[in-house]
Design a protein around this ligand. Structure first.
Ligand SMILES: [Zn+2]
Length: 412
């Protein structure tokens, strides 16, 4: 189990800024009472009474229902000489787990977390997303069962599942929409497939959104306005606005790879000319750096070449940074983030890339927007998508609406 300090801080930052304002979070509801405990703002029944204004008897009803439903623990603590201390309420974690699934073009990672965010078990293996949804998700189900077995828990402890996919996703439906590198996945019902086999609600999002979520929760809890730019084969951006993921009306917010930049006329896979991604995405850079003797096939190879000091690669990546900076300078003026964070395979060459970005953004964006702006490489590791997917699942499992619904169902 992880130390509670960071988890608490992380959850506090979530409840403070991510709490929805609909019926489920009305101060009187059991779901709202649970979120006060989970977020660390209440530890005892007395705290809850004070924070909600509820009568003590009502608080007891709510708390007893949450304990009976296995969502809260109230361990008896005794002080010196056997004196009973006031009892502290705790989120029950031991049999409340979620699954975080991160799928990339060629690998998959599945992690089991408890609802306080501690990672209990994880597994990663080569998995080609192009093999299609049934095969890939079928394998995810097998890995999930293995992880549950490894921690000695039955599938019934799963409260939610989060999945990150390397393509556009319509979040509400949980379906990929025309994903370019995922043949056979268009409109595939991912939630139905996993929920039928694993018995928990499934949420699906695109990978860069989940990387943004993981970065903010784990490393930048104070950055309520954050852009996470993924520089891989393509280019995408996850947006945290006011502490929450901003997905836009249908889930396509942050698709910055297809903003036109400069006067370049390179055709893009989207059908337009001169898109940022077509000009300086990892695939484009690999193509431009390839020679007949030494062809480059991946973004990782581009980053490696830059790190080895290859002059042409360094020049190109720095120039790529300037092009990205050109797009970002407009976004920074428009959105005024506290931080712009770079991840993805090309970000491994961040010294050169970010030098180009900073050069343009600090010159072209408004001084008020850049005064305290941080432009930096991501601190998350390669587990960011699976972790972000797990955090998304926890948000869902602990949301007041879900908790109220679960309690209602249990008393019906
Ligand atoms: Zn395009």
């Amino acid at each position: 189990m992880s130390e509670l300090g960071p988890v608490r801080a992380e959850m506090r930052s979530r409840t403070r800024s991510d709490t929805r304002t609909d019926g489920g979070s009305a101060p009187a509801s059991p779901g709202r009472v649970l979120s006060l405990i989970a977020g660390g703002s209440a530890e005892t029944r007395a705290d809850i009474a004070r924070l909600t204004g509820l009568a003590r008897s009502t608080v007891s009803q709510r708390v007893d229902a949450l304990i009976a439903h296995g969502l809260l623990d109230e361990p008896t603590e005794t002080g010196a000489g056997g004196r009973r201390l006031s009892r502290r309420l705790r989120l029950r974690t031991r049999d409340q787990l979620v699954l975080g699934v991160g799928l990339g073009a060629t690998h998959g990672r599945v992690s089991l977390l408890d609802v306080a965010g501690a990672e209990l078990a994880t597994d990663e293996e080569p998995l080609r997303v192009a093999d299609g949804p049934e095969r890939v998700l079928g394998r995810v189900v097998v890995l999930a069962h293995q992880l549950l077995e490894a921690v000695g828990q039955p599938p019934s402890v799963l409260r939610a599942i989060g999945v990150g996919l390397p393509g556009p996703v319509e979040f509400r439906a949980g379906q990929p929409v025309d994903p370019p590198i995922m043949p056979g996945w268009h409109r595939f019902p991912v939630p139905a497939f996993l929920t039928t086999r694993l018995g928990a609600a499934t949420l699906v999002d695109n990978d860069v959104n989940l990387m943004a979520l993981a970065e903010r929760r784990r490393h930048l809890p104070d950055a309520a306005h954050l852009l996470f730019v993924k520089m891989g084969t393509g280019i995408g951006c996850g947006i945290i606005a006011g502490g929450q993921l901003h997905r836009g009306a249908r889930g396509s917010a942050g698709d910055i790879g297809h903003i036109r930049v400069g006067t370049d006329e390179t055709p893009c896979r989207c059908g337009n000319l001169g898109c940022l991604e077509a000009t300086v995405g990892g695939a484009a850079l690999a193509r431009r750096l390839s020679t007949p003797e030494a062809p480059l096939t991946s973004t990782i190879e581009v980053a490696t070449l830059v790190k080895s000091g290859d002059r042409e690669a360094v020049r190109l990546v720095r120039e790529a940074g300037r092009s990205v900076g050109e797009v970002l300078s407009g976004l920074v003026n428009f959105f005024n983030p506290e931080a712009v964070v770079f991840g993805g395979a090309l970000a491994a060459a961040h010294d050169q890339l970010l030098a180009g970005v900073r050069e343009v953004v600090y010159r072209r964006s408004h001084p008020l927007a850049t005064r305290n702006l941080r432009i930096e490489p991501s601190q998350s590791g390669r587990d960011a998508v699976a972790l972000g997917a797990g955090l998304l699942a926890i948000d869902h499992a602990l949301s007041p609406e879900q908790v109220n619904e679960a309690l209602l169902t249990a008393t019906r």
